[in-house]
Design a protein around this ligand. Structure first.
Ligand code: URA
Length: 494
């Protein structure tokens, strides 16, 4: 029996190195016992680690999809994950296409683990709520969160980007993450018995704070993962601890938890179609354009899109904001991308542009609850400015990368009419840059079968500075929507 002890629950490099050496020596999965330093004793607890066999000469390449999957699945709390992943790796030596067999029990299980991990990361991104603790120069933003899996290191960089301007700490039972304005650090968690309630957060933090900024307690391995090696020459005291202490007492000038960061409501389930689930042929791939997109039900699409990495916008956004509405809506409205409110709420057009849209739809005699509303780009693109997130227009590569989701929504819903609101939506719907002012209000045929029309984006109306122009443009917007309503009636009668 080979016994391998990993440095931590998230020691992917340790697992990879050992797994490679073992697999290349044809050590059977049943002959390897994986354990984690400091974990509860197991059967082989009194047995020392066995020496890893020499890695024989020759290449052993595995598909990138496996490595990507393994990096997520290894963060799952299932104690058997190391064995499962090793079994997959071992089998890949003789079946290079194994990862394509979604029905294989090992592949399916690893996929399920990775999905659960991604969901957990997403939940942490969406549900962590900071509270200011300490006064004046001592203040810091602190949150308590209980992830299901070992995801703190994976989830922390998001908060560093999102809340770059203020020192924060996220306490969890296993590992706590801290941001001092320039780097993320990790210290041991807060025991569950100490779990702070809203009222006790400050008290628990102060006690914890007193104990953590002690070099011996820093989680060096975890920090290494988040920080380029070059910062680590003089580890740990001089370079790391001082800034941490300094940051903890730095005056915070901005609040994190403004009204816009209210906990978001759970995603509404859209009505499911009667269609059966389809293989995830397009998942995560950047597809520029395809005429033959097979329909998948909306819930499947929504779940796949939740972990879309086809462009980098997912990194800073809170979540994918997928389309919503009846599964066979006759009208599909396409906007540009979710805004700040939509990003937090997880629903399209719920902010100021959404209110403008609702008003105009009502005036045009269109019932929004019967419309499928979506966006060309499904992640919020912004630049942080203090506590505000400034909307940025999506670029063509982002629109192209996201177009697969629009195409698949279109194929699933098969609306009679698609209305593209604004230039970004028009680019997605027509697959090329298409001028709004020149083409608005005309019903045209799409190669996919539906008809389409272009109009302005409701945010354009919100941005107009002069009230007269605003009123005039609003009337034109309603007029376009009435053209859409008439086209729908004709389509219905035909
Ligand atoms: N603007 C959009 O294009 N979509 C939204 O969902 C909100 C604002």
């Amino acid at each position: 029996m080979h016994v391998v002890t990993l440095d931590s629950d998230t020691d992917f490099d340790g697992w990879r190195k050992a797994a490679r050496a073992l697999a290349m020596n044809d050590v059977r999965p049943a002959d390897v016992s994986w354990r984690v330093k400091g974990a509860a004793p197991d059967l082989f607890d009194d047995q020392a680690d066995t020496q890893l066999p020499e890695v024989p000469k020759g290449a052993f390449s595995v598909p990138a999809s496996f490595m990507e999957l393994a990096e997520s699945a290894i963060l799952h709390s299932d104690p058997n994950r190391f064995t499962l992943l090793y079994r997959l790796l071992w089998r890949l030596r003789t079946n290079h296409d194994l990862m394509d067999i979604a029905t294989d029990p090992d592949v399916a299980q690893a996929n399920a683990l990775a999905r659960a991990v991604r969901r957990d990361v997403h939940k942490m991104h969406a549900f962590v709520r900071f509270r200011e603790v300490g006064r004046e120069r001592e203040s810091r933003y602190v949150a308590w969160f209980e992830p299901e899996h070992h995801i703190v290191e994976r989830a922390a960089p998001f908060f560093a980007r999102r809340f770059a301007d203020m020192p924060w700490s996220i306490l969890t039972p296993e590992l706590s993450a801290h941001w001092d304005g320039s780097r993320v650090s990790f210290t041991p968690g807060v025991s569950k018995a100490e779990a702070p309630t809203e009222d006790r957060l400050e008290e628990v933090w102060l006690r914890y704070y007193a104990s953590i900024f002690n070099p011996a307690r820093l989680k060096v391995k975890a920090m290494e993962k988040e920080m380029p090696k070059k910062y680590w020459q003089n580890l740990p005291e001089a370079k790391l601890i001082q800034p941490l202490i300094a940051a903890a007492s730095r005056r915070t000038t901005e609040m994190i938890a403004d009204e816009g960061t209210e906990p978001h409501k759970p995603q509404k389930r859209v009505e499911e179609t009667a269609m059966t689930r389809q293989p995830k042929a397009h998942a995560h791939a950047a597809v520029e354009s395809s005429r033959d997109v097979e329909p998948a039900d909306l819930q499947t699409l929504r779940e796949e899109a939740a972990s879309c990495r086809a462009c980098p916008l997912w990194k800073d956004a809170t979540q994918t904001v997928f389309g919503e509405g009846p599964a066979h809506a006759p009208l599909m409205l396409v906007g540009e991308q979710p805004g700040d409110k939509e990003d937090l709420a997880g629903h399209p057009f719920v902010g100021p542009a959404g209110q403008m849209l609702d008003r105009a739809l009502e005036e045009a005699g269109i019932d929004r609850s019967k419309v499928y509303v979506t966006n060309a780009v499904k992640h919020f693109k912004f630049v942080p400015r203090g506590k505000i997130r400034l909307h940025q227009k999506p670029a063509t590569p982002e629109i192209k990368a996201c177009r697969q989701w629009y195409e698949r929504e279109l194929a699933a819903i098969r609306p009679a009419l698609v209305v593209a609101m604004g230039a970004t939506a028009a680019q997605a719907v027509f697959g090329k840059i298409t001028q709004v002012t020149k083409n608005r209000g005309h019903i045209v045929d799409l190669p996919e079968g539906a008809q389409a029309m272009i109009t302005v984006h409701p945010s354009y109306l919100l941005r107009l500075p002069d009230a007269e122009a605003k009123a005039r443009e609003y009337e034109l917007f309603v007029k376009d929507l009435k053209i859409a309503a008439a086209a729908l009636k004709r389509a219905h009668a035909a």
